[in-house]
Design a binder for this molecule. Sequence first.
Ligand code: PXL
Length: 263
Amino acid sequence: MKRPRALTIAGSDSGGGAGIQADLKTFAAHGVYGSSVITSITAQNTIGVSGTQDIDPGIISLQIEAVLTDIGADSIKTGMLSNPDIVRTVVSTLKPFQIKKLVVDPVMISKSGHSLLSPNAVKTVVDQLLPCAFVLTPNIPEAEALTGLKIADLEGMKTAARLLASMGPRSVIVKGGHLRGEAVDVLYWKKEFLVLRTGRFNTKNTHGTGCTFSAAITSYLARGSDLPSAFRGAKRYITSAIKKSYSIGKGHGPVNHFHRFRA
Ligand code: PXL
């Protein structure tokens, strides 16, 4: 059987818990061959981000072309695209490849509160990137920044998902981890909602949760799953990865990407 392939276009987390590193681990855990295009380098650990350096758009574009003209990708995910130039470069370089399964994770702020997207890039993300997305996967603060709405509960998540879908993406998954109580996520696709709920675990090891969840969706799509199945599979995977997380470093440790192999 041909090996499914996924590409992540995102930032590097030196601490290994989020960004490119989380994505590649997640692809590997799903039996998907992973390639990566690095857009920014973050100097980061479990406590915080001490600096970032954006990669030159020219070399971002060359990385994308190098991967797609040889290896190819059955699905692609975007993560940290920190400035308007990078957003525009990624969109224009992907265009001729006519990517159908593009998962857009509109990364804005790190777990520790560091900005990963310049404020003037939000408009470029809305105007240029959202229309290319097959799935858009914001968390609640990101959904609020993209829509201007305030989200306090499941109804608010649904309203935001519907509004976001009208801005271009074919489907939207709003991640409810920032609300209190159960961990509720909402998929809006083909004018219908699918709501998934799980209990919440009492752990501080949640660094990279958002990246990992959207990378798991990307993995399922690479393997040919339909979107509701990808959503269910990714929710199962991230829930176990949080449940089986372990402490690394002094701050927010990573989720356990390989819990299915070795608890
Ligand atoms: O989870 C958002 C995120 C995305 N990309 C990089 C990150 C983080 C969070 O820390 O470091 C590189």
